[in-house]
Design a protein around this ligand. Structure first.
Ligand SMILES: NC(=O)c1ccc[n+]([C@@H]2O[C@H](COP(=O)([O-])OP(=O)(O)OC[C@H]3O[C@@H](n4cnc5c(N)ncnc54)[C@H](O)[C@@H]3O)[C@@H](O)[C@H]2O)c1
Length: 281
């Protein structure tokens, strides 16, 4: 039987790299994707023939599409798992005092790369994954998205990151159960602080040790979702050695509960046109 095949984005560093090593050690083949081609190529060569590296800016749809196409062919027409993991923090401060102004004195557009990488690209990743998962011998597969504790709480220093990571939690809760009928599961992990390349090195050593979540907790969370065929739409918060499954808030009243749980037929009719090209605005 051929080995299971994964795509991991952000695989050249931190959690993506740790997960790559982990899956390869368990007999997987991994298509490593990262914008950082120098480290990505070097690490893939070190890890050997069960990996390939594809330089990919996940926020560029064509690049991400090429990644999926190559990974599927390389894997022997097989794609079992996507870790939509690449992420960046805010690249411009929403609180900036001296904004760059155009000739009319109007602030120039803000840099929203964080949303494009952390949220938009993940949606495109799900979009691509389902296409290939449907072609598997046994159609289906698993997606785990790396959100953040900032997807549950808020991080005042990084409002764009907070928005994107909250968006991922909503995304998983909305689409996870819907994909179940296609044998596709979509879940997300929300790690607290894990020492990786995301934290600027000049402050990393100052971070209080008692508040560090180890990489072993991250791998435990990935294993939990990879090893289960039924969980979907789930959000798990990672703190220290612990996994906390987080539900969406309680319904405020019976009316909200009805809207959330029983109004499906109404919305289905309302959005029917979205399933056709007619609905593409
Ligand atoms: N480290 C933490 O404390 C922490 C906590 C919660 C969530 N996260 C999330 O974990 C994920 C992994 O980050 P990490 O902590 O391992 O950081 P990291 O910086 O070590 O790794 C992120 C990787 O993503 C790559 N990347 C950045 N932009 C990219 C793009 N446009 N296309 C493809 N690759 C790109 C980087 O080159 C890097 O190799 C991110 O989504 C991050 O937001 C991190």
């Amino acid at each position: 039987m051929s080995k299971p095949v994964a795509i991991i984005t952000g695989a050249a560093s931190g959690m993506g790299l740790a997960l790559t090593r982990h899956l390869v050690s368990k007999g997987w083949r991994v298509a490593m994707a990262d914008i950082d081609s120098e480290n990505g190529s070097r690490l893939s060569s070190e890890l050997g023939a069960d990996t390939i590296f594809q330089q990919t800016d996940v926020s560029n749809y064509d690049e991400q599409a090429r990644l999926f196409s190559r990974a599927f062919t390389w894997g022997g027409n097989r794609l079992d798992f996507l870790a939509a993991n690449a992420g960046i923090d805010d690249k411009q401060s929403l609180y900036e005092i001296n904004e760059d102004l155009d000739a009319d004195g109007i602030p120039k557009e803000m840099n929203l790369k964080t949303i494009r990488v952390d949220l938009d690209a993940v949606i495109q990743g799900i979009w691509l994954f389902k296409h290939y998962a449907r072609k598997n011998n046994t159609p289906g597969g698993k997606i785990v998205i790396t959100s953040s504790a900032a997807g549950i709480y808020s991080m005042a220093t990084n409002p764009l990151y907070t928005s994107a990571k909250h968006g991922l939690v909503g995304l998983v809760r909305a689409c996870g159960p819907q994909f179940a009928e296609e044998n596709i599961t979509v879940n997300c992990i929300c790690p607290s602080f894990v020492p990786t390349g995301l934290c600027p090195p000049h402050v990393l050593h100052k971070f209080p040790k008692e508040h560090i979540t180890p990489m072993s907790t991250v791998l435990k969370a990935f294993d939990t979702f990879i090893g289960d065929n039924t969980m979907t739409g789930q959000t798990v918060e990672l703190s220290l050695e612990h996994l906390y499954f987080r539900k969406q808030p309680e319904w405020a009243n019976e009316s909200q509960k009805w809207l959330g749980e029983e109004s499906g037929e109404f919305w289905k009719e309302a959005y029917e046109s979205l399933a056709t090209t007619e609905g593409n605005l």
